[in-house]
Design a protein around this ligand. Structure first.
Ligand code: 13P
Length: 260
């Protein structure tokens, strides 16, 4: 089964609107001459404040899609500071990142909240990018697999197989995020294959074959080729290296050197 790769840039809490404008201009210039049928699906996830601007700038361009970095699961109401799926759809988002370790760690997001968000995103016709990952302590104490498996089971609980098949998972070991310490590709592939197996347990094998599972954590132009040559890694969720058009574009073009 061939799964279309995804290269997604998570801009996190960076970029004023003027900076988002130059970054997206640089990315658009970099992908302009690439052959769409050979390209990965390119996604950018700006902050809420830059979504509208970036949405306008990529409007009508089928080579690039828009993601938000978070949402609330309710459709409207008295939830000060929150943003609903419908509002993000209205701005042109196709994807919403949920369960990023920074949200779990600093904003106390639980597996139950992430599951509610996944359901609300899919009900609204958008697609979730569901993040999971272990701390260094969990890795060193040998509980990585059981921790990740339980995050995935909880996030996908109650979803139909067709909704699971359309969803995206990102495996981001927390100790590899923003540290420059990329997870060894063979090990990242092993965990991602384990995740695919958990998906199969909660759905079926064709769903597990369809779902795209990305790796995230210090992905750079120099690491992507090896990562994309692995059997189960379907793309990357990129933080720091997605904040410069040159490095993000190089990641995209380097990823295309690997036949999928
Ligand atoms: P870095 O690429 O900066 O390590 O960030 C990864 C990440 O958290 C993407 O969501």
């Amino acid at each position: 089964m061939s799964r279309r790769p995804i290269m997604a840039g998570n801009w996190k809490m960076n970029n004023l609107t003027s900076e988002s404008k130059s970054l997206i201009e640089g990315i658009l210039a970099g992908i302009k001459d690439l052959n769409e049928s050979q390209m990965p699906e390119v996604i950018v996830a700006p902050t809420f404040t830059s979504l509208s601007l970036v949405s306008d700038m990529i409007s009508g361009n089928s080579k690039i899609a828009l993601a938000a970095q978070n949402c609330h699961w309710e459709s409207s109401g008295a939830y000060t500071g929150e943003v609903s799926v419908e509002m993000l759809k209205d701005l042109g988002c196709s994807y919403i990142i949920i369960g990023h370790s920074e949200r779990r760690q600093y904003f106390s997001e639980t597996d139950e909240m992430i599951n509610k968000k996944a359901k609300s995103i899919l009900a609204g016709g958008l697609l979730p990018i569901i993040c999971c990952g272990e701390t260094l302590e969990q890795r060193e104490s040998g509980v990585t697999d059981e921790h990740i498996a339980s995050q995935i089971r909880a996030a996908l609980s109650g979803l139909s197989n067709s909704d699971i098949a359309k969803s995206v998972i990102a495996y981001e070991p927390i100790w590899a995020i923003g540290t420059g310490k990329t997870c060894d590709s063979v090990e990242a592939n092993r965990v991602i294959a384990m995740i695919r197996n958990v998906v199969k347990e909660v759905s079926d094998s064709s769903t597990a074959d369809s779902i795209r599972i990305l790796y995230g954590g210090s992905v750079k132009p120099a690491t992507i080729e090896e990562q994309m040559s692995m059997s189960d890694i379907d793309g990357a969720l990129i933080g720091g290296a997605s904040l410069k058009a040159d490095s993000f574009n190089e990641i995209i073009t380097n990823s295309m050197k690997v036949a999928v």
